[in-house]
Design a protein around this ligand. Sequence first.
Ligand SMILES: [Ca+2]
Ligand SMILES: [Ca+2]
Length: 411
Amino acid sequence: MRLTLPIALVCSALAALVAAVVAPSDKAPGVAPRASDSGDLRPLPVGRGADTQAGQDVEARRRDDLEAPRPGGTTADPAATVITTPPADAPPGMVWIPGGTFRMGNPQPASNQLDEGPMHLVTVDGFWMDATEVTNLQFQEFVEATGYITVAEKQVDRDELKKQMGEGAVASLPAEAFDPSSICFNSSFDPGTIDKSDPRWPYSVWKVVKGADWKHPEGPETSIDDRLDYPVVHVSWDDAVAYCVWAGKRLPTEAEWEYAARGGLEDSTYPWGDEREPQGEHVSNIWQGDFPFENTLDDGHKTASPVKSFPPNAYGLYDMSGNVWEWCHDWYRPDYYEFASRRNPFGPARSFDPMEPTIPKRVQRGGSFMCSDSYCIGYRVSSRMKGDLQTGTFHCGFRCVVAAGDALSRN
Ligand SMILES: [Ca+2]
Ligand SMILES: [Ca+2]
């Protein structure tokens, strides 16, 4: 099924939908409702008693119902020995993340960061993680081997759209609304139209670009010829998973991602510590200046940067803060931390974003070159973001993991 975001930006019916919600981030807006395997999207009556003695049995049953199926090679048993030693040599391009227990989340989330709480202890078993975001070169190898076509390269599925919008609305769309396209920054937005007191203002700074896809990251006139070591972008969650399957890997869980991003530091704000620019040095690719009006480019990069442009964290992971957002395995729910398993959590069984409740979303982490302190601060290790799983954008990519248990089960 083809994403419908381009339609959202050209169809008045979807524009009304978009206008009804707020995305407090640098993220492009979500899209129309659509069929999904996410199932029931209603909010769940989740309590806060998961860590209390009372109601433990109820909570255990609730978790069985609410959490996603656990893959082979991982355990939810809190008594199981934590895997800290790699059972084999690291796969090429990956680094070992020794298992352990950490405090996940934000101890004092701001009012627009409430999904980062409650902070809670999580134990993850060891795994290998790609040292960098998946690059254009790596994705090119996948496409050449499989003939895979990403969502941004496909025509919009008219029949699918009818299910979401109704026949009349689809019939009124111009033919070009179905052309392959993806989402980029609208650098020609009119500053005079930006009213930051209006929560819908971020929608002014995005645009649908016909011909934008992973091979044309900023539109059809651009290419990856000189960007093979840049992170691949304009990939949907499904596209990322297809790559992972081909590579014999999977997407990291949200817990694995945050544990790895922290680099063994306790309660730090960033992968390297608590100062965003230690000793005045820029150590990540984000946005400097007043977003979206001015990017002062103090870190040297207007959009994406080659992977490894900045120092790695203590685990040897690059760009865990900034450059491009990274898809995670988990469905997104703002209340997931309230009922998540404490051992190898694998995400909720269903997606629910109160801001766009009809759109199934997966977690994204780490922020991007579009994140600034004047609006989105998604580059913190505890920051949570969510994206329509069928929408790619010019500032979201991914990296993969291989769990120790997964590797052992294959041997
Ligand atoms: Ca930058
Ligand atoms: Ca990143």
